[in-house]
Design a protein around this ligand. Structure first.
Ligand SMILES: [Zn+2]
Ligand SMILES: [Zn+2]
Length: 366
């Protein structure tokens, strides 16, 4: 991108949305631009897990016009704006974009960063639940226009299944129609018409459904394309919470605890052995950055060990596979490096809050 071009908050939003669509976030979440003006210009970005008082201090020192955070700076609905932290942001004209559960479920998000941090190989999502539905879409076209319509759908982000893009099926069909009085038909003729057409089918993620429908409208020659779509009961395996990983070489519980201490910089992770031998090699490793307790059953059904944060006493006691509580903060921190890459892709200058500068490192004792 041309570095001399001014970049506005709205440009940053569009870029981030192409990497981790806000539409993938859960309904209860609050993501996107939470403080600030879409039209204001950005040069410096401050990247942090949380918008804490110290993070705001450091953002001001670094001259940032925008804070990019994982945890939303506003989560509960507000009835007034008296919170000193929000007032400080507004007075200093600092915008905040938060990427929370949308960043949890995408490739190049929280869990991919955690897998990379632990030196693990990503196999597939641990759970396919996201905030969005997946759709099957069918549209009929005259054969000469099939390629243009397919390309329009793919360019708008449709036809993605797991790690594969440009997926579609094509069936030859015979369509029929009769033009009404107000019709402006592409294929002209009196009375009932029978035409050889192609039916194109795609899987479309809910996050890009509208963009795909608009793209088809532009590329399709008919006044009124014959098109339908409906949500399917399964989820796109591209997006999901947590990951199932393999170790490039056999690892046991002690090795993984060591990785957590060394690579994630958590000085005191907690291990639940589930009564198993800590020296036995583990094949399938489930991970989830942040609070992964709700995916415990999914992890138990599919993995030999589960690494996440915020496990409770009872979750540990009941778990039949080993658990490593590597800490909410330490398991999510690695994604800040990805966010840094996101914004440098736009040509913005950025500073990432150092792990040891955060309140959690400073005020937490174990
Ligand atoms: Zn998270
Ligand atoms: Zn979190």
């Amino acid at each position: 991108m041309d570095k001399s071009k001014t970049i506005k908050i709205k440009d940053v939003l569009a870029h981030l949305n192409s990497l981790a669509p806000v539409a993938l976030a859960y309904q209860w979440d609050n993501c996107g631009l939470l403080v600030g003006d879409k039209e204001s210009v950005v040069e410096h970005v401050f990247i942090t897990l949380d918008v804490t008082p110290r993070a705001v201090d450091m953002a001001l020192e670094s001259g940032a016009q925008l804070i990019l955070s994982h945890h939303p700076v506003i989560f509960q609905p507000l009835k007034n704006i008296t919170n000193p932290l929000l007032l400080r942001l507004i007075k200093n004209d600092i915008a905040v974009i938060s990427m929370h559960t949308n960043l949890d479920v995408v490739p190049q998000g929280v869990n991919y960063a955690l897998a990379e941090g632990l030196g693990l190989q990503v196999m597939e999502p641990l759970s396919l639940q996201t905030g969005q539905s997946w759709h099957h879409l069918s549209v009929t076209v005259p054969p000469d226009y099939a390629q243009a319509v397919q390309e329009a759908v793919f360019a708008a982000g449709g036809g993605v299944i797991g790690a594969y893009d440009s997926c579609s099926t094509v069936h030859p069909i015979t369509g029929s129609f009769r033009s009404g009085e107000d019709a402006r038909p592409f294929i002209k003729g009196e009375g009932l018409q029978k035409v050889e057409e192609l039916e194109l089918e795609f899987m479309i993620d809910g996050a890009v459904l509208n963009a795909v429908l608009m793209a088809i409208g532009k590329a399709h020659p008919y006044q009124t394309p014959a098109l339908y779509h409906f949500p399917v009961a399964n989820h796109n395996p591209r997006y999901g919470l947590g990951l199932l990983c393999d170790a490039p070489e056999p690892l046991n519980m002690d090795d993984l605890m060591q990785q957590v201490r060394q690579n994630l910089h958590n000085p005191a992770p907690r291990l639940w052995t589930a009564g198993k031998d800590t020296a036995a090699p583990l094949k399938r490793i489930a991970i989830c950055g942040g609070s992964g307790g709700s995916l415990l059953a999914a992890a138990q059904a599919q993995a030999d060990i589960y690494i996440s944060g915020d496990f409770s006493y009872h979750q540990m006691l009941d778990a039949t596979i080993p658990l490593i509580d590597a800490g909410h903060y330490y398991t999510e921190y690695p994604v800040l490096r990805y966010l840094d890459a996101y914004v440098s892709g736009l040509g913005l200058k950025s500073v990432v809050m150092p792990l040891e500068a955060h309140e959690f490192s400073q005020f937490h004792r174990q």
